[in-house]
Design a protein around this ligand. Structure first.
Ligand SMILES: *[C@@H]1O[C@H](CO)[C@@H](O)[C@H](O)[C@H]1NC(C)=O
Ligand SMILES: *[C@@H]1O[C@H](CO)[C@@H](O)[C@H](O)[C@H]1NC(C)=O
Ligand SMILES: *[C@@H]1O[C@H](CO)[C@@H](O)[C@H](O)[C@H]1NC(C)=O
Ligand SMILES: *[C@@H]1O[C@H](CO)[C@@H](O)[C@H](O)[C@H]1NC(C)=O
Ligand SMILES: *[C@@H]1O[C@H](CO)[C@@H](O)[C@H](O)[C@H]1NC(C)=O
Ligand SMILES: *[C@@H]1O[C@H](CO)[C@@H](O)[C@H](O)[C@H]1NC(C)=O
Ligand SMILES: [Cu+2]
Length: 242
């Protein structure tokens, strides 16, 4: 009985100290479809010389997503450059301004910079925060991000979103939408990351103005049990703060 009281208190302290999302830390995605692959190719636009491509492929284990990034033509001033997955795609006649904010299914916000040593506490879409800024005119990087999802339906799914490259002052330089280049199959026997789905659902409940994503739509189901758990955490957190 005692531990059941102490443990939640401790985890709330950890929650408060680690500056994680309001829905907790990002979960490692373990069921990315093998062979699923998306690319975001920067457009040839007059306002910048930045060109290149972000290729994102499920890790062969299904755990996380392998990114391969090749960029050229970054300006000699205004860096280091940041890049993120943004919530919305660029509409057909749109600009990078219409991609909204960073993909942030755990509702972390961006006031506190991402701590790359605790990537689960960062915004899922904050790729440069987790994996490093662009610091040279020609940039090549490959890494696995454990929190990115190529499973449609999860809040951390980004196959329908965009990537934006920024100056260090956050001004948007260029952007591109992810497009599917290879379909995959969900690895058999691997867990489905149900908590992440639920969190995505919670997040869509908050929504972002102008984005057509709502709890309960399409293939979303908000689990009553988890929703209660979230409410309980908030209530407990409020009690703790007050
Ligand atoms: C941000 O930095 C770039 C490059 O130095 C500059 O061109 C731009 O005007 C800056 N934007 C703002 C809002 O200061
Ligand atoms: C862009 O598309 C939207 C929606 O289709 C339309 O309302 C808007 O007028 C268009 N803007 C421009 C500059 O073409
Ligand atoms: C992107 O996919 C997610 C997960 O399937 C979905 O909930 C969301 O509505 C989609 N976002 C856009 C902007 O289409
Ligand atoms: C990336 O650059 C931004 C802007 O200068 C800076 O705030 C941030 O700390 C840098 N991130 C890393 C991981 O170096
Ligand atoms: C896991 O996902 C697959 C494919 O979406 C689905 O058919 C299956 O029912 C899910 N299993 C669980 C336990 O949710
Ligand atoms: C979801 O969370 C519960 C409790 O927080 C945990 O026991 C379970 O393993 C998690 N499920 C997945 C698929 O990560
Ligand atoms: Cu961004």
């Amino acid at each position: 009985m005692r531990t059941s009281i102490i443990l939640p208190t401790l985890s709330l302290l950890a929650l408060a100290a680690a500056d994680t999302g309001r829905l907790g830390d990002a979960e490692v995605v373990t069921n990315n479809p093998i062979g699923a692959s998306y690319e975001a190719r920067l457009p040839n636009i007059a306002t910048t010389d930045v060109r290149g491509v972000f290729i994102a492929t499920s890790n062969p284990s299904g755990r996380g997503v392998d990114f391969q990034i090749t960029l050229d033509g970054l300006p000699s001033t205004g860096g280091p450059f940041m890049y993120h997955i943004h919530d919305a795609p660029i509409p057909p006649n749109g600009t990078c301004a219409q991609t909204l904010a960073h993909q942030d299914p755990y509702i972390r916000g961006e006031e506190t910079p991402c701590d790359a040593t605790a990537p689960q506490t960062c915004q899922v879409g904050d790729l440069s925060g987790k994996h490093g800024n662009i610091t040279s005119g020609s940039f090549h990087d490959t890494y696995t991000d454990l929190y990115a999802s190529l499973v449609p339906g999860l809040g951390s799914f980004f196959g329908n979103r965009s990537v934006v490259v920024h100056f260090s002052n956050k001004t948007r330089i260029t952007c591109a939408n992810f497009q599917i280049i290879g379909h995959g199959a969900v690895p058999s026997g691997s867990p489905n990351g149900t908590n992440a789905t639920t969190m995505g659902c919670e997040w869509f409940g908050y929504g972002y103005p102008g984005v057509a994503e709502r709890a309960g739509s399409a293939d979303y189901e908000c689990g009553g049990e988890d929703a209660g758990g979230f409410g309980a955490v908030l209530a407990a957190l409020a009690a703790f703060v007050l």
